[in-house]
Design a protein around this ligand. Sequence first.
Ligand code: ADP
Length: 447
Amino acid sequence: MFEKVLIANRGEVALRIHRACREMGIRTVAVHSEADANAMHVRLADEAVCIGPARSADSYLNKPAIISAALITGADAIHPGFGFLSENADFAEMVENHGITFIGPTPQQMRLMGDKITARKAAIEAGLPVTPGSPALETVEDALAWAEKIGYPVIIKAKDGGGGKGMKIAYNAEELPEAYSMARAEAKASFPSDVVYMEKYLQNPRHIEMQILADKFGHVVHLGERDCSIQRNNQKVIEECPSPALNDAQRQEIGEIVRKAIEKIGYTNAGTLEFLYEDGRFYFMEMNTRLQVEHPITEAITGIDIVREQIRIASGAALGYTQEDITFSGHAIECRINAEDPETFAPCPGKIVEWHAPGGLGVRVDSEIYSGYSIPPFYDSMIAKLIISGKTRNACLMRLRRALEEFVIMGVQTTIPLHQEIIAQSNFIDGQYNIHWLEQFMAQLKK
Ligand code: ADP
């Protein structure tokens, strides 16, 4: 097992990784920007190294600085968390070339599954159901021909896309040329490549994703699904598991398909396969080759510490259990709490003057915040994850309502009032929602 792990991230996920390491008796190295000298991950880690100025490009994305920090402190592994360098295959390769273990899949697996076009191909070959779609589109004529074949509406996506950027919908042939050129331009501005492709645009799907774990000996398990349909701007706001839309038989069926596909692809470590789900059918969208923000809800209903498993797998340990050993019990819901204006969603950095996190049975708060902490304006606005679990979905909803009431964050605006509104809606209470529900609900509020 590793003796020292460097955590190449910040915020709540850096703490999350630190906690798993401590429980395993592993020492931790925090890295931080100049703006994060007082951050909680820096305070809690055994050692800390400043890797550059506030701007992410100069610090948390600064590959040589992070690798130097690992070499100087003698860390034997690096955990990338999510965001930043977590899906950067070049970084993973650099880490391995310096004799340090990258806690994640291999660079080859990251490249294969990180590119949406090659991932689609691999998914089809491995037997996963996918949305009807095209290969890389070279020209507008190419795009028009494929759209005819697939049938409108279609969505144009960047092959290297992420964070909901670079996607454009066309409902007919008149709209397609503009959608195509806008998607390409956005891809060019935000991603390494401006190559785009096309998928059938599903009109009212849910977003349902499957968590998997795979060791280096070919053992693969799935940890069930997460329903992440409550989204704004293609970004998740609330996640829950099990999905209100699936029954046990459906879960087992898609779980087995996913498990076999991952075995075939030969992927290792933790990963998430994202699907759209409409009219009882699954359509593979993409795979995230890293830890997900919403992983704690899966931990709540399986009792499996996913970060601990990532570290064990990377160190060469076998899973030590099979699919039959995994049980799902109860229900869990996560609310992402952002320091934002709950109406305009403008980020609200600033000083936290008072902080009281809810507690009690079935309440988990993952956050880097403490009273007196100043949220720097340079990074993501998510400041806490409230993860609630209970025996039933209903018990979970009652507990969530209580926990949101109890949460006190003073000094900055947060999205807590939005969460309170959402969970009071009968559609949400009944589990009747799809990926458009939140935006439709918010449009109604404005009227
Ligand atoms: P990113 O990598 O940028 O997050 P994804 O491929 O995961 O992009 O898609 C993000 C979101 O966009 C999905 O959760 C869904 O809401 C919407 N979306 C993507 N593809 C489709 C599609 N074919 N039909 C309908 N909605 C889609």
